[in-house]
Ligand binder design. Structure first.
Ligand SMILES: Cc1ncc(COP(=O)(O)O)c(C=O)c1O
Length: 479
């Protein structure tokens, strides 16, 4: 008997599934023995660059190819010593939940498509609402990530605040704000001059006086300030803008306050994070990323809007072919609240992780991130030749080798050389950034599997790399 297309027998499915689980478990269990850089870039020529096979290939053969060509050649963003960019220290329950959401192929766009999925997402957003101190009328949804969450928030802000000609609208954000906001503004049709980048103070937080005077200037010129974007942990340094002051300004000026918490707002699920983010409860909208500091595998971000019905108003569009979702649905259609109609049951991984580990363990895992950045700062401060450029803030530290007598430019080269040596050694994943015009190393040690001795080991190795790079650069100096 011939099988229907694209099917496997139950035994074949189980065998393939166990082989997949074995791969994932081996990956997770051996992470510490791997390099956070993985096995390096994929070698040329591109091994995938071939027409699709006309006849299917055996599962084991395909997996063997992936073992060779695919899995090794990606960064290990879930490795404890992965400090670059923003790590994604995911958890195994989240991974399994993704497999379940995908295996059952749950449609999370309408209530009738997945009433349990919709109710789970609503329940999960009650937790989010409480973590941020938002009122009962708030409403939010999970998104693919922070970028999507930020675009949704800007669209709601425009819907709520814009009157008349869109060309007169103005958005304000510090120069340290994540590029996804500027891109989001562009996607929504704002011109570059409508997105005003405000200077930052020495702590790389928005300069309130500059923000106020930009708004006054725009008002004088007949323009409409519609939204201020405040940071709850910038990507570069974890800077938190003065949320209470910005909230007061927004209230006084009737401007929308959006908090980009894609990096930091997840920390509000811990007592320490809530203290660090005081004032977030006054925002009109907050974005956050569960695939960062809430330990989920990609892709899950979220956005919550204080007055939930404006989110619906901004995104709801009727369509005749969806009329039964309105007449039969007894609950929320999440697809009417954002960009995606078809969307998976992202809430499942978030909800399952809280069920299995509990809110206390998650809070503890978040607080580890604060402590590891502080431990790294303490270790750096003990070393000669090093300077802290931006103290530990929301789990991020920036620092730089700056030996006495070295010019700023020479120290820039030195720090780039330290990062290159560290990369060549492969034990730690550290990248450089530019702060106040100078090259610095930046680490984001939020993986809860990281220990104080791990982080001290990393700083020690960076110092060794600095010593070697200093000798090398000194030797290269002419004369
Ligand atoms: C502060 C901040 N905002 C927005 C984003 C964009 O989020 P995503 O990469 O999930 O789209 C990031 C990503 O690192 C971020 O750090």
């Amino acid at each position: 008997m011939t099988k229907p297309p694209l099917t496997l027998t139950p035994d074949e499915m189980r065998r393939a599934g166990y082989a997949v689980i074995d791969r994932i478990v081996d990956h997770v269990a051996t992470l510490k023995d791997q390099s956070p850089w993985g096995a390096g870039e994929i070698p040329a020529p591109n091994p995938f660059d071939a027409p699709p096979p006309q006849k299917g290939v055996a599962f084991d053969e395909v997996m063997a190819r992936l073992d060779r060509d695919f899995f090794p050649h990606n960064l290990r963003v879930d490795h404890p010593l992965f400090y670059g960019f923003i790590p994604s220290p995911s958890n195994f329950i989240g991974v399994l939940a993704d497999a379940l959401a995908s295996g059952f192929n749950i449609f999370g766009g309408t209530w009738i498509g997945g009433s349990a999925s919709a109710e789970m997402e609503r329940a999960a957003f009650n937790w989010v609402r409480e973590a941020f101190g938002f009122p009962g009328a708030a409403f939010g949804l999970f998104t693919s990530g922070g970028s999507a969450a930020n675009v949704i928030a800007l669209a709601v802000a425009r819907h709520a605040k814009l009157t008349g000609d869109m060309a007169t609208a103005r958005l304000y954000a510090s120069s340290e704000t994540h590029s996804s906001l500027e891109r989001g503004a562009r996607i929504l049709g704002f011109k570059p001059e409508q997105y005003r980048k405000i200077a930052v103070d020495d702590d790389l937080k928005v300069d309130l006086a500059a923000l106020k005077s930009a708004i006054e200037e725009d008002r004088r010129n007949g323009l409409q300030p519609i939204a201020i974007i405040a940071n709850a942990g910038t990507t570069n340094t974890g800077a938190v803008d003065p949320l209470n002051e910005i909230a007061a300004l927004c209230e006084r000026e009737a401007i929308w306050m959006h908090v980009d918490g894609a990096y930091g707002a997840g920390a509000a699920f811990s007592a320490r994070g809530r203290r660090a983010l005081a004032g977030i409860e006054r925002a009109d909208s907050v974005s956050f990323d569960a695939h960062k500091w809430l330990f989920q595998p990609f892709e899950i971000g979220g956005v919550i809007v204080r007055d939930g019905k404006t989110l619906h108003e901004a995104f709801n569009v009727s369509a005749s072919y969806l009329r039964d979702t309105k007449t039969l649905g007894r609950g929320v259609n999440f697809g009417e609240h954002g960009i995606q109609l078809t969307r998976s049951a992202r809430a499942l991984k978030f909800w399952m992780t809280f069920q299995i580990f509990g809110a206390e363990e998650i809070a503890r895992a978040i607080e580890t991130g604060f402590e590891m950045a502080e431990a790294a700062e303490a270790a750096v401060r003990k070393l000669p030749h090093w300077r802290v450029i931006s103290p530990a803030s929301m789990g991020i530290l920036a620092f730089r080798a700056a030996p006495e007598g070295w010019s700023d430019e020479a120290a820039d080269r030195l720090n780039a050389a330290i990062a290159a040596r560290s990369r060549a050694e492969g034990r730690d994943m550290v990248v450089t950034t530019e702060l106040k015009g100078r090259v610095a190393l930046r680490i984001c040690p939020i993986n809860p599997r990281l220990s104080k001795s791990d982080i001290e080991g990393t700083i020690g190795r960076l110092d060794e790399a600095a010593q070697a790079a200093m000798s090398q650069l000194n030797a290269d100096q002419p004369g």
